[in-house]
Every structure is written in C-alpha cells, then in structure tokens.
Design a protein around this ligand. Structure first.
Ligand SMILES: NC(=O)c1ccc[n+]([C@@H]2O[C@H](COP(=O)([O-])OP(=O)(O)OC[C@H]3O[C@@H](n4cnc5c(N)ncnc54)[C@H](OP(=O)(O)O)[C@@H]3O)[C@@H](O)[C@H]2O)c1
Length: 237
C-alpha cells in the first residue's frame, strides 16, 4: 500500500476496538445527512475514539510497533495518526486493554472528574444521576456510593432500574417513562448534586428538587442528540 506518512505518524492495528457513545449519534446524523461524503465527494470516516496497536512508527518516535495506544482513529481498520493524538496504554496488574474504552477511558474520566471536581460530592449528600444505566452514569453511581453519597438513579426501563438497584446498589432507581415518574422522584426529597447526562424534561424536573448550595454537573444532553435543534435539551439552563 502506498501511504504518505507525515513525520511522527503511526498506523493503527487492524480492527481496533471502538467506543460507540451517545455523542456519536450526532456524527452519524451528519454522515447520513450527507450520504457519507464530504462536499467534494470524498468518503467521510465516522468519528470515534478507539484503542489499537502501533504497526509502524516514524523514525525518532517514542512509540514502537506493538505498543497499545488509544486515540481518535474514527471507525476505520487502519489510521495514520500524529503522535500528539495518541495516548500510550499502561497495562498494570488486573488492567486489560478494553478497560481503556470504559472505566479507564473517557467514560470513567468523565464520571470521576465530573463527580469529584465539578460536583464536589461529599459523604452523606444526596446524588441524583440521569442516564444512570449508560456508560458514564453507571460509573457515576458506583463512585458516588463509594464516596458515601445517597445515590438515586434515573433510567428508561424496569430492567435497567432493577440492575441499578440490585447490582450497583443505588437507593432507588426511577423509570422516567413511568406515568408516575415525577411523583416518584419528588418522594426522594431534595438533592445536593445532580449529575445530568440527558437534559430536557428530566433536567427541568430536577431543577425543582435542589437543596440550597446544590451543584449540577452538566455532562451532556442526550435527549437532544437526535434532534436538529439541540438547544431544546438545555432550555432549562
Ligand atoms: N462516554 C463518554 O466517554 C463521554 C465523555 C464525555 C461526555 N459524555 C456525555 O455523557 C453523557 C452520557 O454518555 P454515555 O456514553 O454514558 O451514554 P450511553 O452509554 O450511550 O447511555 C445513554 C443512555 O441515555 C438514555 N437516553 C437516551 N435517550 C434519552 C432521552 N431522550 N432521555 C433520557 N435518557 C435517554 C438511554 O438509556 P435509557 O434506556 O435509560 O433511556 C441510553 O442508554 C452524554 O451526554 C455524553 O455526551 C460521554
């Protein structure tokens, strides 16, 4: 294959593992809208974070063939990458490469820093998590519990609510599709930290349940990702 390789460029492993998150819905929508092509007719690669293995490295590189790396490869088998866009993966005891797509990847980092640095959660406080059965939300629930918070969760099916209560151990999980959702949530009382992944009507409701001094982690607004006018999902802010 004739491939022009800029200095400090790498080719990732064949079939790298990819993370597919709710935010990718927006990328897919753009690609579908343009039939997968740019205005000049070139095929566009769907964006996406992934993990892979270095196949070739430019001279003088800090990387070598066989190194495990993560980066924004896009949904593709091979990618030529700049060094600054790649993260080397450290595989200590008990750590698998795939962990870098979840707990040690962007989902885990988002959950950890959102809850600790933005939410400033403290033991004994009440934490409410929307999108709680998703990749970020499920980690937030577990970290919140570990940090001594009373954790309440919101998800969209009875199965997910049961999993959140029985497996992750949240105090109560509310099904936002239930006709009694608003009443059920009010029974929780008031909250100190709202970790919001979805925005929209759930956010509107949560804003009426804040204790004095409460913090809101504006992580995302999934309820608007499938719409063209995403601003509606953050109207309440
Ligand atoms: N993953 C990351 O690395 C990352 C990094 C930075 C920021 N974020 C942001 O964090 C948020 C969560 O991402 P994620 O990766 O955890 O998502 P995810 O794993 O894809 O989970 C999303 C969940 O949201 C729920 N949902 C979908 N539409 C909804 C709606 N209209 N109203 C309420 N809930 C809805 C669905 O569960 P139900 O069945 O419960 O409805 C879905 O499973 C997103 O806003 C994303 O942009 C993610």
């Amino acid at each position: 294959m004739a491939l022009a390789r800029p200095r400090h460029a790498w080719i990732s492993q064949r079939c790298p593992e990819l993370s597919a998150t709710s935010a990718d819905r927006r990328g897919m929508r753009c690609i579908v809208k343009n039939c997968g092509r740019l205005a000049d007719g070139r095929v566009k690669t769907m964006r996406g974070l992934g993990i892979g293995t270095v196949l070739e490295a430019a001279p003088g590189s800090a990387f070598k063939p066989g190194d495990a790396v993560s980066g924004p490869f896009g949904w593709t088998e091979f990618a030529v990458m700049k060094e600054k866009d790649l993260e080397p993966l450290k595989l200590g005891p008990g750590i698998q490469v795939l962990d870098y797509l979840n707990t040690l990847g962007s989902s885990g980092l988002t959950a950890y820093f959102g809850l600790k640095d933005v939410g400033k959660i403290k033991a004994g406080e009440t934490l409410l998590v929307s999108g709680a059965a998703g990749s970020v939300g499920a980690i937030v629930c577990q970290l919140g519990k570990k940090l001594g918070a009373k954790v309440y969760a919101i998800a969209g099916t009875p199965d997910k609510c049961e999993w959140l209560e029985k497996e992750l151990g949240v105090v109560k999980a509310f099904n936002y599709k239930s006709p009694t959702f608003a009443k059920d949530l009010r029974a929780m009382g008031y909250l100190d930290v709202f970790f919001d992944n979805v925005g929209g009507e759930i956010l509107d409701l949560a804003l009426t349940r804040l204790n004095q001094g409460a913090r809101i982690v504006m992580c995302g607004a999934i309820s608007g990702y499938s719409r063209f006018l995403c601003r509606f999902s953050l109207l309440a802010y």
